[in-house]
Design a protein around this ligand. Structure first.
Ligand code: ADP
Length: 593
C-alpha cells in the first residue's frame, strides 16, 4: 500500500475504530476480491464491534492499494460519508500513474513498481550510458512474448548492476513487457543454505504482496523452493521479470530454470550454458568512455565539462574509466576541489601496489582511490571503517548492528554512515526500512587485503561487542539486527578463532532453538557442517548428536507455530547431550512453574 494511503489509515484509525461496523463493509470487500472468506471469518468472530474494527484495520494495513480503494468505496456505499471524506486524500492515484509521465519515463507508477520489487536507486551521481542501455532494453523486449534469459556481463565495478536497474526504470518496458512487476535479488557468492534463504524470502515477499500475509510455510529444500517459485511466477506473477544481480555459479541459475523471464548480471559470460530457453547477452565494457567519465567528475565538482582541469583526463585514463574508481575520486574532489593534481599523483604512484593472483581486473586504480578516500577520513572514522573488513561479501547490515560494534549512539552512527556513503565508500539500500548498508565487492577485497594480518582481532572485536551488549541472552526477535547476529555470530567466532565460545554456543539447545525459530533449520545444519572440523576437536560425539537432532527434526522445525523444542529433544536417545539439556530445562520448568 502506498505511504499516503497507509498514513491516512493510521491518522484516522481511532475515528474508524469508534464508528464503523465491519460486517457490512467486509461484504463489499469480499465481492471486490480484496479479502478472503477466511479473513472475514477471523474478524467476524471477534467478541465486540470495536474488536472487529481494530482487526479489520490491522488487516487493511497489511494489504495493497486496491484494498484501500475497496474499503473507501465500501464506506461510501454504506453511507459513512464522514469517514470516507477522511480517507479521500489518501486514495492511491492508480489511474493517473500513466499520465504524469516525466521526460525520463520516471512515472510514479515506475517508482512504485521498482520500489516494491527492491530495485536499487541510481547512485548519487549518475551518468546515462544510452547506447548500452538501449542494447539491454532491446534484449528485454525479446522477453515480451516469451520466457528467457538476458545476461549482462562484464568486469567487477564496470557498472552492470547500475545498468540493469536503469534498464527497467522505464514506463514502456514495465507496461509492455513486465506488467507483472520486477523483482530484484542480489545473489553474489553464496552457498546452498544462503541461496535457499534468499529464495525463501523472495517467495515470502511475493506471497505477502498477494495476500497481505504469508500463509505457507517456507520451502525447506532447494527443490521445493524451485517448485514454489515456478508456481508463483507462472500462476501468480505471469509476465514479471526477475533480476538476479551478480551471479557467480551456474548451479544458482539452475534453480531459476523455471521458464520465467530473467535478467542477470555476472562476470562470467557462459553461465547460462547450462540452462534452457532463449538467451540473449550484452557485454558491458570495463570502463566508461572518456566523456562519460569526465561527466561524473564534472557532476561531482559542479564544474562544466569544458572547464575541467587537464588532470581530469589523466585521472580518467589512469583508472581506465572505471565507474567505481571515478566515483570515488569524484567524491573526494567534491570536498577538496583543489586537489586534482594530488589525487592524480596518488593514482600514478601505485604505492599500495600488491600482487593479485586471481583476477584479470586492474585493481591498482581502485586501491589508490580507496586509499585516497580513506586518507581524508578523520582518524577515528578510518578505524571504524576498518571494522567493516569482517562483513561477509554481499551482506547488507542495518545501522543498529554497527551501534553495537562501534559502541556508539544511533545518531552518531547515522552521521558516520552518511559520511561514508557520501564518499562512495559505502552504499545504502534505502528501500528497506531500516536502511541497510553494504560495500562493493572490490572495496571488501581492498579492506581484507589491507588488514590481512588483523582479521582475527577484528572478528574478535565483533564477538566481544556482541557479548557485551547481549550479556543477558541472545536476541530473540526477528528484526534485522537480531537476524544479523543470529546468522553471523558463529561465523565471527570461527574466524576469530574463539573456539571455546563457538563450542558453548553450538552445543547449546537454547541457541539451536532460537536460531531455528528465527532462521529455520537449514542455516543451522550448515553451521554444523561448516564448523564441524572445529567442533570435533572439542567433542565429535556431541557435534554429531546435535546434527542428528536437526536432521531428524528439520521438517518439524520448519513448522509455524514453532514446535516445543524441549519436547522434540526429549525424544532423542537418553545418552545424547541434546536429551540431557532438554531434560534439565524441563526439570527447571517444573521447579519454577
Ligand atoms: P558491477 O555491478 O559491475 O560490479 P556496479 O553497477 O555496482 O558495478 O557499479 C559500481 C559503482 O560504479 C557504482 O556503485 C557507482 O558508484 C559507479 N557507477 C556505475 N555505473 C554508473 C553510472 N552509470 N553513473 C555513475 N556512476 C556509476
Amino acid at each position: 500500500m502506498e505511504e499516503g494511503a497507509r498514513s491516512c489509515l493510521l491518522r484516522f484509525r481511532h475515528r474508524l475504530e469508534e464508528d464503523m461496523k465491519p460486517p457490512y463493509l467486509m461484504d463489499h470487500m469480499i465481492s471486490d476480491g480484496v479479502m478472503s472468506m477466511d479473513e472475514e471469518e477471523k474478524i467476524r468472530t471477534q467478541p465486540t464491534r470495536k474488536d472487529q474494527a481494530v482487526a479489520l484495520l490491522e488487516l487493511l494495513l497489511r494489504k495493497d492499494n486496491n484494498a484501500y480503494i475497496s474499503f473507501y468505496n465500501a464506506l461510501v456505499k454504506e453511507a459513512y460519508d464522514d469517514l470516507a471524506n477522511l480517507l479521500h486524500d489518501g486514495l492511491p492515484q492508480i489511474l493517473s500513474y500513466a499520465q504524469n509521465n516525466s521526460s525520463d519515463g520516471l512515472t510514479s507508477y515506475v517508482k512504485m513498481v521498482l520500489s516494491e520489487g527492491g530495485v536499487p536507486q541510481r547512485p548519487v551521481v549518475f551518468v546515462n550510458r544510452q547506447e548500452l542501455l538501449n542494447r539491454v532494453r532491446e534484449k528485454l523486449y525479446q522477453l515480451q512474448k516469451d520466457s528467457g534469459w538476458v545476461t549482462v556481463f562484464g568486469m567487477a565495478g564496470s557498472g552492470k548492476s547500475v545498468l540493469a536497474a536503469e534498464a527497467v526504470r522505464n514506463h514502456g518496458i514495465i507496461e509492455e513487457c513486465f506488467p507483472g512487476g520486477i523483482h530484484w535479488l542480489s545473489i553474489g557468492q553464496l552457498d546452498k543454505p544462503d541461496l535457499l534463504v534468499k529464495i525463501q524470502s523472495l517467495c515470502f515477499r511475493l506471497e505477502q504482496s498477494l495476500n497481505g500475509q504469508c500463509l505457507n510455510r517456507p520451502p525447506s529444500s532447494l527443490d521445493e523452493a524451485k517448485e514454489r517459485l515456478r508456481f508463483l511466477m507462472l500462476r501468480r506473477y505471469p509476465r514479471s521479470l526477475l533480476i538476479l544481480d551478480d551471479v557467480w555459479d551456474s548451479a544458482v541459475l539452475r534453480v531459476f530454470d523455471i521458464h520465467c523471464r530473467i535478467l542477470l548480471t555476472t562476470r562470467n559470460r557462459s553461465l547460462t550454458d547450462s540452462v534452457s530457453g532463449a538467451k540473449y547477452e550484452v557485454e558491458v565494457e570495463s570502463g566508461l568512455d572518456e566523456n562519460k567519465a569526465l561527466e561524473i567528475l564534472s557532476l561531482y565538482t559542479k564544474t562544466k565539462p569544458h572547464s575541467l582541469p587537464e588532470e581530469a583526463r589523466s585521472i580518467v585514463r589512469e583508472c581506465k574509466g572505471s565507474p567505481l574508481v571515478v566515483s570515488l575520486i569524484g567524491a573526494l574532489l567534491k570536498e577538496k576541489p583543489n586537489r586534482w593534481r594530488y589525487y592524480l599523483s596518488q593514482l600514478q604512484q601505485k604505492q599500495f601496489k600488491r600482487i593479485r593472483k586471481s583476477s584479470s581486473y586492474d585493481y591498482d586504480a581502485l586501491d589508490q582511490a580507496m586509499a585516497a578516500s580513506l586518507e581524508v577520513l578523520p582518524d577515528e572514522h578510518r578505524k571504524l571503517y576498518k571494522d567493516l573488513t569482517v562483513i561477509e561479501k554481499d551482506i547488507k547490515i542495518p545501522a543498529k548492528v554497527l551501534c553495537i560494534l562501534w559502541d556508539l549512539e544511533p545518531e552518531e552512527v547515522e552521521d558516520i554512515l552518511q559520511e561514508f556513503v557520501n564518499k562512495s565508500l559505502l552504499f545504502v539500500d534505502s528501500h528497506n526500512k531500516p536502511y541497510l548498508y553494504y560495500l562493493h565487492d572490490l572495496q571488501l577485497d581492498f579492506l581484507v587485503e589491507q588488514n590481512r594480518d588483523q582479521l582475527e582481532n577484528l572478528h574478535t572485536k565483533v564477538v566481544r561487542q556482541y557479548q557485551q551488549h547481549y550479556r543477558n541472552g541472545p536476541p530473540t526477535s526477528g528484526d534485522e539486527e537480531s537476524l544479523y547476529w543470529i546468522r553471523f555470530l558463529t561465523y565471527h567466532m570461527a574466524k576469530a578463532n574463539l573456539t571455546q565460545e563457538l563450542y558453548s554456543l553450538m552445543f547449546s539447545l537454547n541457541w539451536v532453538s532460537i536460531k531455528a525459530r528465527i532462521m529455520g533449520p537449514a542455516h543451522l545444519i550448515n553451521d554444523y557442517m561448516e564448523y564441524g572440523p572445529i567442533l570435533d576437536k572439542e567433542n565429535s560425539e556431541v557435534r554429531s548428536q546435535f546434527q542428528e537432532f536437526l536432521s531428524l527434526n528439520g521438517h518439524q522445525l520448519e513448522q509455524r507455530p514453532f514446535p516445543d523444542v524441549v519436547q522434540l529433544a526429549l525424544s532423542q536417545p537418553q545418552t545424547s547431550e541434546v536429551y540431557r539439556q532438554a531434560l534439565q530445562q524441563a526439570q527447571n520448568l517444573t521447579i519454577t512453574g
